[in-house]
Design a protein around this ligand. Structure first.
Ligand code: SF4
Length: 76
């Protein structure tokens, strides 16, 4: 638990984090594909159904299940 990551946070900017994956800048992050989001990321610490959960890249904060960042990795 913890406060939500803000897109204005330095780490969020560095990783291209968006709380709404559909708002990802696809020009800057061509690896983004529709359907990818934090809830489906291997690093997400919440359940896939949780609206928000922890992420080791944002210690002490929560990311949105519908969010995305450039470190996204498919959940095995
Ligand atoms: Fe979301 Fe995964 Fe990026 Fe963490 S690493 S912010 S869970 S996409």
């Amino acid at each position: 638990n913890g406060p939500m990551v803000a897109e204005s946070d330095a780490q969020a900017g560095a990783l291209g984090y968006k709380a709404d994956a559909s708002k990802v800048d696809k020009t800057k992050f061509p690896k983004y594909a529709a359907g990818q989001n934090c809830a489906g990321c291997a690093l997400y610490q919440g359940k896939a159904s949780d609206a928000a959960g922890g992420c080791p890249l944002f210690a002490g904060k929560q990311v949105a299940g519908k969010g995305w960042c450039s470190a996204w990795a498919k959940k095995a």
